[in-house]
Design a protein around this ligand. Structure first.
Ligand code: PAF
Length: 306
């Protein structure tokens, strides 16, 4: 497996492959890899001649300094995990740039000790960014769009792979591709869950054992909501989910004041991400429920399809 740190070396490595007509799959990650990421890399390995896995904790997509500082950085373990995948040795390029490499100082040169520039690009994605994560994490999707476009420019992918856990992020990338008109196929991959149903996330490793033990309640509640959707109104399902999680600790007393604090639960059209008031309003892709919940100081997100 090839490991690259420099942006220029990254571009050089893929240019040759593209010139030879080989397909390239890009799996953008922020490291701290888990089975969910590995499933994306595996799929990319099956569908492309070459796979670029980027491992870069992108500072400009964090609107919370503490979240950025606490984000796990486990590069050595990540590289080892990738090599366990069949075909990875010969087909994967692991791209792990520094911040200075991704956002070089104004003169365009990343040199030792030079300060990274703050990218100035501003994207506007309209209604898909005005709901759920958008207003709650100002600047987040712009930061994602900036880094993903740079990764596109440096890895020249044929296909790019994203997990459905960050459901809104996929809609943003789709909108980005429409704007910049890059001929890249966006491949949305299903969530990988632990045996107890918790959606795999790099943030899960920050949960205390007590919090980890109750975290599967989030998806269990969403699954029940999907059943309720057969006979209940949209607003009633929404209220029930928020209420069930917010009062969980009253019915199941927890140590150290541990409790679920739902930030939002929205039932939206799966394509436009706009909230629906009636089930019949959902378009061709149906409806999806998206949730963000705080537990033990960790913000967890998940989705359920209706
Ligand atoms: O989903 C993520 O891990 C990040 O938002 C991404 C796409 C790697 C961009 O930094």
């Amino acid at each position: 497996m090839k490991q690259i740190v420099k942006a220029a070396d990254m571009l050089e490595a893929v240019k040759e492959a593209r010139n030879q007509g080989r397909s390239i799959g890009l799996v953008p990650t922020m490291g701290a890899l888990h089975e969910g990421h590995l499933s994306l890399i595996e799929r990319a390995l099956g569908e492309n001649d070459l796979v670029v896995v980027s491992l870069f904790v992108n500072p400009i997509q964090f609107n919370n300094k503490e979240d950025l500082e606490k984000y796990p950085r486990t590069l050595e373990a990540d590289l080892k995990l990738i090599t366990t995948l069949e075909g990875a040795d010969s087909k994967v390029i692991a791209f792990a740039p520094t911040v200075e490499e991704m956002y070089p100082a104004d003169d365009g040169c990343a040199t030792e000790g030079s300060k990274p520039a703050i990218p100035q690009e501003q994207y506007h994605f309209g209604p898909v960014e005005e709901v759920m994560e958008g207003p709650r994490r100002p600047g987040h999707f712009n930061g994602v769009a900036v880094v993903v476009r740079r990764l596109f420019d440096l890895s020249l992918p044929t296909r790019a792979y994203f997990g459905e856990k960050d459901y809104q992020q996929i809609a943003i990338i789709r909108a980005l591709l429409e704007q910049i008109k890059y001929p890249i196929e966006l491949v949305a991959c299903p969530i990988v869950r632990a045996d107890d149903g918790l959606a795999l996330s790099s943030r899960n490793m920050r949960l205390s054992p007590e919090a980890r033990a109750i975290a599967p309640t989030i998806y269990a509640t969403l699954e029940q909501a999907a059943e309720m959707a057969e006979y209940e109104e949209v607003d009633d399902v929404k209220e029930w989910v928020l209420d069930t999680l917010a009062t969980f600790h009253e019915i199941n007393p927890q140590p150290n004041g541990l409790r679920f604090e739902p930030e939002y639960f929205e039932i939206v059209d799966a394509r436009t991400l706009q909230p629906i008031a009636e089930w019949s309003e959902a378009g061709d892709l149906g409806a999806v429920g998206c949730i963000a919940v705080w537990l033990d100081g960790v913000r967890l997100i998940d989705i359920v399809k209706f």
